[in-house]
Design a protein around this ligand. Structure first.
Ligand SMILES: CC(C)(COP(=O)(O)OP(=O)(O)OC[C@H]1O[C@@H](n2cnc3c(N)ncnc32)[C@H](O)[C@@H]1OP(=O)(O)O)[C@@H](O)C(=O)NCCC(=O)NCCS
Length: 165
């Protein structure tokens, strides 16, 4: 299903397409605790990583259908563990774009010598994400109870998920 899909570093020219996906995901309100009132500039500061981090886009036939950002989870003595965030356009979900982005992120960390990847706040009711990360080898190391207010499910937990590399 992801034939013709390429993943490449994002450039400034990609921002409008990334922002429309970002805005859609934040508006859905089910998966990230970003403020609902971010301007495009605020969102760009949050999503477009600077080195040593990286932001990428997933593209099919020149259309951006997903994006991920990655980098050290903590500075200083915590920077041997990475982290990442993912967003796929609602119209492109379920076709393997998220899986390809996940594999890219794991490979990126491995090549740079990171010792693990930590997802800090996976919404427990986000079944697609929990399924996908588990299938890529991540484990739920703990759950902060009732830490997220889902518009659909009410208070739900936030999982910390970890993959040792
Ligand atoms: C999570 C997300 C990145 C996944 O991207 P995607 O392109 O849909 O992912 P894929 O198509 O590669 O895989 C989705 C997997 O979840 C499964 N899935 C989808 N909906 C599901 C559900 N309700 N329950 C269980 N599994 C589900 C699919 O079957 C597929 O698994 P499979 O490959 O074993 O068949 C995407 O849904 C998204 O952007 N969501 C909004 C933002 C978000 O949640 N980001 C991640 C936060 S941790």
């Amino acid at each position: 299903m992801t034939e013709g899909l390429t993943i490449r570093p994002a450039t400034a020219l990609d921002w409008d397409a990334i922002h429309s996906i970002f805005e859609q995901v934040v508006r859905e309100g089910e998966t990230y605790a970003y403020p609902m009132s971010l301007t495009s500039d605020d969102a760009r500061d949050l999503w477009m990583e600077q080195p040593p981090g990286l932001t990428v886009v997933a593209e099919i036939d020149g259309k951006i259908v997903g994006t991920a950002k990655m980098g050290p989870n903590r500075p200083g003595h915590g920077d041997h563990i990475g982290t990442a965030s993912f967003m796929v356009d609602a119209t492109a979900r379920g076709a393997g774009v998220g899986r390809r982005l996940g594999a890219y992120v794991i490979d990126w960390h491995r090549r740079r010598g990171f010792e693990g990847i930590q997802f800090n706040a996976v919404v427990a009711s986000n079944a697609a994400a929990v399924h996908l990360w588990t299938s890529l080898g991540f484990e739920i190391v703990g759950t902060v109870p009732n830490a997220f207010r889902s518009p659909r499910f009410g208070r739900v937990g936030l999982h910390v998920m970890f993959l040792a590399l």
